[in-house]
Design a protein. Structure first.
Length: 239
């Protein structure tokens, strides 16, 4: 009798699990690499989103790491074994060299309710001709990106971006602006004489952040060729 009861219970449990409904999100690839592109160009691509579960997949937010990336998702409700296309438009503005952006999706997927995709490109500098003997400032950063790697939530990290005035006139830093309240930038001096060096210290507070992210600091100066320069920091914030 006891064996029969146990058998019935076992069959009931198996039946419950067999009928369990869930959505499962999947992608063919997690990174789009546009390769070499020009400043202020517009490039396009797409990610294919798959629902490999047996219940409806519902996409919530689609978050981007900067305004350089725009997305368009026409279908946010994806039936089991169906798919949808997430279109990506990338405009690097006047950013330079290696760039990396993130697109984060939230959903009701059982396997990954928060999913992150990556957009990469190498932005070629647009050459502007300036007379070699021109009496103008010239800002130059040997390093324009820094990766803090894995950061424990709540930690504060900092990095110093060093630059040189390679021009023949005083370089004036007119404004520093970060893309997030979690990032602060401090100047060593607002005016750098010809041939002199300066430092911009960038502090990142991870208290309100999570996951892989990128934050930028925009530097506006009186350099006629590069009036805007972007400094980028990366981090992977974990609990």
């Amino acid at each position: 009798m006891i064996k029969k009861i146990l058998l019935v219970l076992l069959i009931s449990v198996i039946s419950i699990f067999a009928q369990e409904k869930y959505a499962e999100i999947s992608f063919d690839y997690l990174t789009i690499d546009f390769g070499k592109i020009d400043q202020n160009s517009h490039v396009y691509s797409k990610f294919e989103i798959y629902n490999k579960g047996n219940d409806t997949l519902r996409i919530g937010e689609v978050l981007v790491s900067s305004l350089s990336v725009q997305t368009r998702l026409f279908k946010r409700v994806i039936a089991p074994q169906d798919s949808a296309e997430l279109y990506i438009q990338y405009n690097p503005d006047i950013r330079e060299r290696d760039q990396m952006e993130f697109v984060t999706l939230t959903s009701n997927a059982r396997n990954k309710p928060r999913f992150q995709l990556t957009v990469k490109a190498f932005v070629k500098v647009k050459e502007l001709k300036v007379e070699t003997d021109a009496n103008v400032p010239e800002i130059y950063f040997p390093v324009m990106t820094h990766n803090f790697g894995v950061v424990k939530k709540g930690e504060i990290k900092s990095f110093e971006f060093k630059f040189i005035n390679k021009g023949k006139k005083s370089l004036k830093i007119q404004n520093l602006k970060s893309t997030c309240g979690c990032t602060a930038a401090i100047m060593s001096s607002n005016e750098i004489p010809p041939g002199a060096k300066g430092v911009i210290k960038v502090e990142f507070d991870s208290t309100t952040q999570s996951g892989k992210l990128r934050r930028s600091v925009r530097v506006i100066s009186n350099d006629p060729v590069h009036p805007k320069t972007y400094l980028n920091i990366y981090a992977d914030v974990v609990e």
